[in-house]
Ligand binder design. Structure first.
Ligand SMILES: NC(=O)c1ccc[n+]([C@@H]2O[C@H](COP(=O)([O-])OP(=O)(O)OC[C@H]3O[C@@H](n4cnc5c(N)ncnc54)[C@H](OP(=O)(O)O)[C@@H]3O)[C@@H](O)[C@H]2O)c1
Length: 292
């Protein structure tokens, strides 16, 4: 298969790299061309100046860009890939988008005789770099089966969730759980600090028990060093919580924790934390003084 990968951000850059390293013929595109050039210098392969130029003669287009509008632009925009793909080609979207966007894209792409799979990922920057991503996919099962061996290159887990949009609905669930865990860590660390405990020691003690989590294992040390300039951006999490809150409204259910966390992130954005890792949520307790 000739593969095109669009979007070489924190996630896309290493994911495209794994495909090339696994022996696939990969052509990349990135809005900021310098990153595409850097990728080619590091891995080989080549890049296109536009999504359409990169996707010419491709059997499979993978993308991991920012939000719904970016995905739409990459696929059906003036220089989008759908203008050059031939019948039977497959598009797999790793971006976290709304499930509505996934359903729209599935329909539009299908009308052109091609196929669309929504396949958001979880596992963060480290998961992408170490090829240990959890991938949750929606769309046609036969098409999912066809692309699975390729997605497997950077997957720790790869599961088919159902029809178009099911991957994104699963990812919403994932984001709600992350919001819950981070809010729990924020409150827990605030209490531990007030009690005068050593926070690194607290993290070590509770990681081994039933309060252990990916966030605690991968973020506690940096939280305690006040380091947040990496990882999964607050801007992206607000986008994702927006999808969750919108869906919940449509289903008539309340998500009080997600709403609280979203409000905290909105405030943190005004304080310059737009690109900080989501663990920066602990700063809602920044005024708490360590007990002696
Ligand atoms: N980072 C994580 O831990 C993580 C984990 C799971 C899922 N995700 C999701 O994965 C997606 C990508 O995240 P990321 O952290 O890799 O983001 P990122 O580092 O900000 O990269 C975003 C990529 O999308 C491109 N892009 C943005 N807007 C565009 C537009 N209008 N047209 C064309 N390209 C555009 C950027 O191009 P430029 O280089 O030109 O800016 C860049 O290549 C997001 O949907 C995010 O929610 C992220």
């Amino acid at each position: 298969m000739k593969i095109t990968f669009l979007g070489l951000g924190v996630m896309g850059y290493p994911m495209a790299g794994h495909l090339h390293t696994a022996g696939h013929d990969v052509c990349v595109y990135n809005r900021t061309t310098a990153k595409a050039q850097k990728w080619v210098d590091e891995f080989g392969g080549n890049y296109g100046e536009t999504p359409a130029l990169a996707a010419k003669n491709s059997d499979l287009v993978l993308l991991c860009v920012g939000n719904d509008d970016d995905v739409r632009e990459m696929i059906v925009g003036e220089q989008g890939v759908l203008s050059v793909l031939t019948e039977g080609a497959i598009i797999v979207d790793h971006t976290t988008t709304s499930d509505r966007l996934a359903k729209d894209m599935y329909r539009v792409v299908q009308e052109k005789g091609c196929h669309f799979i929504d396949a958001p990922v979880s596992g963060g920057q480290a998961g992408a770099e170490n090829a240990q991503l959890a991938i949750m996919a929606g769309g046609d099962k036969t098409i999912f089966d066809k692309v699975s061996p390729i997605l497997d290159v950077y997957a720790k887990s790869l599961l088919y969730m159902g029809a178009a949009g099911a991957g994104q609905a699963t990812k919403m669930t994932n984001q709600l759980l992350i919001a819950g865990v981070l809010q729990g860590i924020s409150e827990g660390f605030a209490l531990a600090k007030s009690a005068g405990l050593d926070l690194d020691q607290v993290a070590r003690a509770i990681s081994a028990g039933s309060a252990g989590s990916w966030q605690l294992t991968n973020r506690a040390e940096n939280i305690n060093k006040d380091k947040f300039d990496y990882g999964f951006a607050v801007d992206w999490m607000r986008k994702d919580l927006g999808f969750c809150l919108q869906a919940a409204k449509a289903y008539g259910i309340e998500l009080p924790n997600a709403q609280w966390v979203d409000n905290c992130y909105a405030l943190l954005q005004t304080q310059g934390h737009q690109r900080s890792d989501t663990s920066v949520l602990v700063k809602q307790y920044a005024d708490i003084k360590q007990a002696k």
